[in-house]
Design a protein around this ligand. Structure first.
Ligand code: KG4
Ligand code: ZN
Length: 337
């Protein structure tokens, strides 16, 4: 069984072909980074237009590299939300059009669910598992009970984790996207120089809050005036340590709450951060659980995770009507209308 997956919900135009034996036959990702970099973040209008320009080429490349024709596909999956609606529309319409023309089943994929299941494409992780989903738009702690059954234990009250990396990077004059820039800058830094707050650490529950941490970095940057390279490295390292402490605290609490859980998974763009992965692995090992994270190329947005999520649902007999409306907001686990 071979499924084409299309992803256009943010700033990557991506397509991939994946089969039921977990072979990624192709995985083409075109990053719009250059188009957005001058603005320090994603500009939705520019993004939508750039997706439109690239989508055909990216899909064709994915099919060519996989050595598969559209006729040979078993289903076509496309991210239909949540995300920037202009971009989501481009991918969803492309997927539906191909499905209609070639008479193939269509699966509307929830982008968050694609991240949530991405680990199952490369690792043998069975349900249930505890998931920390940290991306540019989300930060949630989720009990993944079964395919399509998700209990959100907690989420962010303000900024998403990746968004915080992006904003903090901007404060220090580092390029977009902030995550990789901060991770690199932090390598030469002293993580104990600045004592940034760890919001909500003393409060019960599983929610996150990052705006206080961001403001504290802003005050520090303002206080220092002209930042030296060492200042930037020390701020980046101290900031990352604060994020790691918050993540560890939340995970520890969730593991105490769900003692039967065997696997802890981190997914989403922020999961590409090696420093954070190391810290989380440590806390999970202390609980004698297994820690699993997708390979880096499947952490940030890609078509393979969309194809895989589509395939998992299609294998259970699910498909969506071509009248499916793309959704800018689409909470994880909510049935499509
Ligand atoms: O999952 P993703 O590609 O797109 C969304 O669904 O949002 O996540 C993008 C986010 C950006 O905010 C980016 O700064 C962050 O993931 N990110 C990272 C790293 N690589 C990407 N954050 C921390 N460390 C990284 N190495
Ligand atoms: Zn994403």
């Amino acid at each position: 069984m071979r499924v084409l997956g299309i992803e256009t919900s943010c700033d990557e135009t991506a397509a991939a072909v994946v089969d039921h034996q977990k072979n990624v036959l192709s995985n083409v990702v075109f990053s719009q980074l250059e188009a957005h970099q001058a603005f320090g973040g994603v500009v939705p209008e520019i993004g939508a237009r750039a997706h439109l320009e690239k989508i055909e080429e990216v899909v064709q490349q994915a099919l060519r590299q996989a050595n598969v024709t559209l006729e040979e596909l078993d289903a076509i999956a496309a991210t239909c939300g949540p995300g920037l609606i202009g971009g989501v529309l481009v991918g969803a319409v492309m997927g539906k059009t191909l499905a209609a023309y070639h008479k193939k089943p269509f699966v509307a994929v929830n982008h968050l669910e694609a991240h949530a299941l991405s680990v199952r494409l490369t690792e043998d992780v069975v349900f249930p598992y505890l998931l920390l989903l940290a991306s540019g738009g989300h930060c949630q702690l989720i009990h993944v009970k079964a395919l399509g059954v998700y209990e959100v234990l907690g989420g962010t009250l303000d900024d998403a984790a990746g968004e915080t990396f992006d904003k903090v990077a901007r404060l220090m004059g580092l390029p977009y996207p902030g995550g990789p820039a901060i991770e690199k800058t932090a390598l030469m830094g002293d993580e104990n120089r600045f004592k940034f707050p760890r919001p909500l650490l003393q409060k019960p529950g599983f929610d996150f809050s990052f705006s206080g941490l961001k403001t504290s970095v802003l005050r520090t940057v303002e206080g220092l005036g002209d930042l030296s390279c060492q200042d930037k490295s020390d701020i980046a390292a101290s900031f990352q340590k604060a994020v790691a402490d918050v993540f560890k605290n939340r995970l520890k609490r969730a593991l105490d709450h769900l003692p039967h859980i065997e696997h802890v998974v981190i997914a989403g763009g922020v999961a590409a951060n090696q420093y954070l992965r190391g810290h989380l692995e440590e806390i999970v090992a202390q609980h004698q659980k297994s820690f699993v994270a997708p390979p880096l190329q499947y952490c940030t947005d890609n078509g393979a995770m969309v194809a895989w999520a589509g395939l998992e649902h299609f294998q259970t007999g699910h498909q969506d009507p071509l009248t499916f409306k793309p959704r800018p907001r689409w909470p994880l686990g909510e049935k499509a209308e």
